[in-house]
Design a protein around this ligand. Structure first.
Ligand SMILES: [Zn+2]
Length: 274
């Protein structure tokens, strides 16, 4: 393979992947995955993300509080977040807004999100944003608040196609997950075909967002629940899906994604290499 793969968003620290960690790392290296952004989602998993960043050169760490976990934050979460941000070159993520999850508290989610977004802008860190069913509000916040100059990532972008242009104008990159290869995700696929070429990234979101089974070259099962989970080495299969979707040779697509990834994460990757 003469191109390199970049995973814009995964959760290598997830406990479901822990029993398979060494095999997973060996497999991603065989697949030529050269960088992956590993996103924390709550205070409890930040130390594990930090540990992975210290021992794996492929890992670009990100620390953040995901909207699903805002209710579990301790009173010291902001201090703990800053401590992690200062421990290693990194991004901020996964953060965002979610009106899909049962029992959501949008007001608390917004407070936590805005605080983290301001921190990203203040420290010039790339930020990975999750959004479900709150696109209008997200756009309002992104317009009103300071944003990091390097840009920000809308991971698994599932918003309306008409919002791509205004979001891109604010600095958005959009990442495609393998999950959108499922037949029912036609609306999301159509939106990705309309992306500005210099704003597209690719992700696994492993261990979540599984590809359709016929596309997944690296099957993996959660030992506790016996459910299929997404293997980070499926990234190559997501590139394949993206190339088919955009009707573009995979080498050309990979080069473009590499340039886009480096633009968004360049400062962090350079600082980590020092
Ligand atoms: Zn995620």
């Amino acid at each position: 393979m003469n191109y390199r793969l970049y995973d814009a968003h995964n959760h290598l620290q997830d406990p479901r992947l822990a029993p398979h960690r060494e095999a997973v790392l060996a497999a991603v290296r065989r697949e030529n995955v050269v960088k992956m952004v590993v996103n924390g989602s709550c205070e409890a998993d930040w130390p594990e993300v930090l540990e992975l960043a210290r021992r794996c050169p492929e890992v670009i760490p990100a620390f953040g509080c995901h909207p699903w976990y805002v209710k579990g934050l301790t009173p010291d979460w902001q201090k703990a977040l800053v401590r992690h941000l200062e421990a290693v070159p990194c991004g901020i993520g996964e953060v965002g807004l979610d009106r899909w999850i049962k029992g959501y508290d949008l007001e608390q989610q917004e407070q936590v999100f805005v605080w983290q977004l301001r921190l990203a802008a203040e420290r010039e860190l790339p930020v990975s944003i999750h959004c479900l069913q709150a696109w209008g509000r997200l756009l309002e916040i992104l317009r009103a608040e300071p944003r990091p100059r390097c840009g920000f990532l809308l991971h698994s972008y599932g918003g309306p196609q008409e919002m791509i242009a205004p979001l891109a104008e604010l600095g958005a990159y959009f990442s495609l997950p393998g999950y959108f290869a499922h037949e029912r995700k036609a609306r999301q696929r159509k939106a990705f075909r309309a992306l500005p070429p210099d704003r597209m990234l690719i992700e696994t979101d492993a261990p979540d967002q599984l590809l359709p089974p016929e596309r997944s070259g690296h099957p993996l099962t959660d030992g506790h629940t016996n459910k299929a989970i997404n293997h980070p080495a499926n990234l190559g299969a997501v590139y394949q899906f993206a190339a088919e979707l955009l009707n573009e040779p995979i080498e050309a697509l990979a080069q473009r994604v590499e340039a886009n990834f480096q633009r968004l994460f360049a400062a962090v990757a350079t600082a980590l290499a020092r």
